[in-house]
Each structure stands twice: as structure tokens, then as C-alpha cells.
Design a protein around this ligand. Structure first.
Ligand SMILES: [Zn+2]
Length: 358
């Protein structure tokens, strides 16, 4: 037996007004759990929307700062008292509530306050140790019951999250279509692969305008389209496809760069480094037309196009590419990937970048 569940979503500046309509059938008591900044931005608006909706809050709690089992233990007694969990924030706050909800078999609703990942839409939870290092993936087939996307709150969040989120979102299309190239995907994988086209094209089309709008804290059609690509399209792809199709060479390169103190120290974001990885991937794979398109896009909004942009250097490449191949990212790929292939791709891209900038 194979069951597929999909989250619904409500998007708009007044999306929280839909809380009563959507949540009432699951009970009347909600616990609100989130990040500190996220709660500061959204808690009052959620509470205002809950008034007269038939749903009341049994309390608001900080998720603890890390998506750890320790924080889930801390929150469990509160979550047990509620009929449903409202999780408010970015990836880690949402994943904390997600894993807890799975464990307690409670309905859970997500309220993303930034658009940087698809965590608000996915069934997969990522669990960390208290020190921030990766602990495990918490696999599940149960996504959030519904996503409430308040575009006004996201437009008022730092635009840097949206900027990096666009890089991670575009990767979903290129990695998914390339990983699966030599396979014969069946229905669920095929659905995800087909939907992944919604992860790159809208970003390239609307991304530059969306970023400017976010910087001006203005909700526009373009910003809304990009938010939907980052949170909803990518989340659906992730829920549909097997894990090997959700990652690939761009993420392998990202993992490689995580060993560099210079990349870490300059606070380059995940999606930012992934967007550089896409360029390497498209160069290695000789998808030059796409590479040139994404290169131009990255340049237009200041995403990286060369090693220097992520504080890396040629001499780092042996160590970076060694680390890149240690993960599972290119375990399923149309050809065997070796270090030299990645190094050659980076060198070729450096050359292209130099030409374009001279
Ligand atoms: Zn990613």
C-alpha cells in the first residue's frame, strides 16, 4: 500500500484569517511554538486571527533554538495538552514541531515567517545535536496539514533569506532532472520531476524584481510567485521524489565548501553556496545554455559566480572536492563523479567568469 498526503496552503497578507476555516475540524486548542524573531513578527497577528475562529491558544513557547531531540523533550508536555501544533518560523523551528507532531500523532500547521527553505511544506524533518551538527533525517510521509503563508511578514523579513532561498530552490530542478536522467521514474517520482520545472523558471523570471520588492518590504505579484516557488513548489517536489532525486552535484559542492573556515566565517548561506554549485554542476554536465542563463541570473542579483565570491580559492579544491564526494548527493547520478571532474568544472567556470567580467 502506498499513501500520499499533500498539504494545502493559504497565501496572502491576510492568510491567517483562514485559520478557523482550516483548523476547526481538528479541535479547538492550539499550542504556538516558534523562533523568537518569528514569534515577534507573527504571534499577535495569529492571535488576532484566532479571535472568534473557534480555535484558542493554550500558550506560546520558544522552540529552544535548535531542532534537537532535547528541545522536543522540553516541548512535549505542552504539545500533549493541545489538539494541534502551530509552528512559526524558519526551517529549524518548523522541523522541531514537525518531528514532535509525527511522534505525538497531532495535526500540525506551519506559519513560515521567512522564505528560505521548503521546510514548511515537507514531511521530512532534519534533526540536529544541541551543538548544531547534523544528527539525523527524520523520514515521514506526513506533511503539515496546511501552510499559512503571510506575504506581508515575509516581505518584512531580511531579504537575504529570500536571496539565498532562490539558489536552493533552483537547484531542486537541475538536481532532480539530472539525478533521474537514466532511470525510469514511476508515478510519484515522475510527479515530482515534472513539478520541479516550477522551481527554476519562476525564479529566473521573477527573482530579480522579487528581491527588490522584498528589500522595499512591498508585497507584489513577483514576490508572491517567488515565495510560492521556494516554499510550495520545492516542498511538493521533495514530498514526491525519492531522496536521491532531491539532491545532487550542487549540494555535493555545498557540502565540500562547508569544510572551509573562510566560507563559514563570512557567513555564506546554504542556498547562496548551492547556487554556485548549480553553475559547477551545469558546467560539468555541459548544459551550457542553462549554465549561461543561471550565471546571468546569479550576477543580476549578486549570487556567487566564482570561487572568490564564496571566499574559496583554487588551492582549496582538492580538499573541497574530496569532502563533496563523501556524502550521498551524487550516489544516484547519470555517471560516476570523481574529484577531477569537479575540479575541471570549477576551473572551466572560473575561466568563463573571467571572460564575462573582462
Ligand atoms: Zn539545500
Amino acid at each position: 500500500m502506498e499513501r500520499s498526503l499533500f498539504p494545502g496552503y493559504t497565501i496572502g497578507e491576510d492568510s491567517y484569517e483562514d485559520i478557523g476555516n482550516i483548523c476547526r475540524r481538528f479541535g479547538s486548542k492550539a499550542v504556538i511554538i516558534g523562533g523568537k524573531k518569528a514569534l515577534a513578527a507573527a504571534e499577535q497577528k495569529i492571535k488576532n486571527a484566532m479571535e472568534g475562529s473557534g480555535i484558542s491558544s493554550i500558550g506560546t513557547f520558544w522552540y529552544g533554538g535548535e531542532a534537537s531531540l532535547e528541545n522536543m523533550d522540553m516541548l512535549r508536555p505542552e504539545a500533549e495538552k493541545a489538539d494541534m501544533i502551530f509552528s512559526v518560523g524558519g526551517g529549524k523551528a518548523i522541523d522541531t514541531c514537525k518531528v514532535l507532531a509525527h511522534e505525538l500523532d497531532k495535526p500540525f500547521f506551519t506559519f513560515p515567517t521567512i522564505a528560505s527553505t521548503c521546510a514548511a511544506c515537507t514531511s521530512l524533518g532534519i534533526v540536529y545535536h544541541p551543538d548544531g551538527s547534523l544528527r539525523e533525517y527524520s523520514f515521514s510521509k506526513v506533511p503539515p496539514n496546511h501552510i499559512f503563508i503571510d506575504t506581508e511578514i515575509i516581505a518584512n523579513a531580511p531579504s537575504r533569506y529570500l536571496w539565498a532561498g532562490m539558489g536552493d530552490t533552483m537547484a531542486k530542478y537541475y538536481e532532480c532532472t539530472t539525478s533521474s536522467r537514466n532511470d525510469m521514474p514511476l508515478h510519484s517520482d515522475s510527479m515530482g520531476i515534472a513539478l520541479s520545472s516550477m522551481c527554476a523558471a519562476p525564479i529566473v523570471r521573477f527573482g530579480e524584481k522579487a528581491l527588490r520588492d522584498c528589500e522595499r518590504h512591498e508585497v507584489t505579484t513577483e514576490l508572491t510567485e517567488v515565495i510560492l516557488a521556494i516554499i510550495v513548489s520545492t516542498g511538493f517536489v521533495s514530498n514526491f521524489v525519492q531522496v536521491d532525486y532531491t539532491t545532487g552535484m550542487a549540494h555535493a559542492m555545498y557540502n565540500g565548501f562547508t569544510i572551509l573556515p573562510s566560507t563559514e566565517a563570512n557567513h555564506h548561506l546554504h542556498g547562496e553556496v548551492v547556487s554556485y554549485g548549480i553553475l559547477v554542476m551545469l558546467t560539468v554536465d555541459k548544459q551550457y545554455e542553462e549554465r549561461d542563463k543561471i550565471y546571468a541570473f546569479n550576477r543580476s542579483i549578486g549570487l556567487p559566480t566564482c570561487l572568490k565570491d564564496i571566499d574559496a580559492a583554487l588551492e582549496d579544491l582538492p580538499a573541497v572536492t574530496d569532502k563533496a564526494l563523501k556524502g550521498i548527493d551524487v550516489r544516484v547520478w547519470p555517471y560516476t563523479v570523481d574529484q577531477q571532474m569537479l575540479i575541471d568544472g570549477v576551473m572551466e567556470l572560473e575561466e568563463y567568469d573571467r571572460e564575462r567580467k573582462s
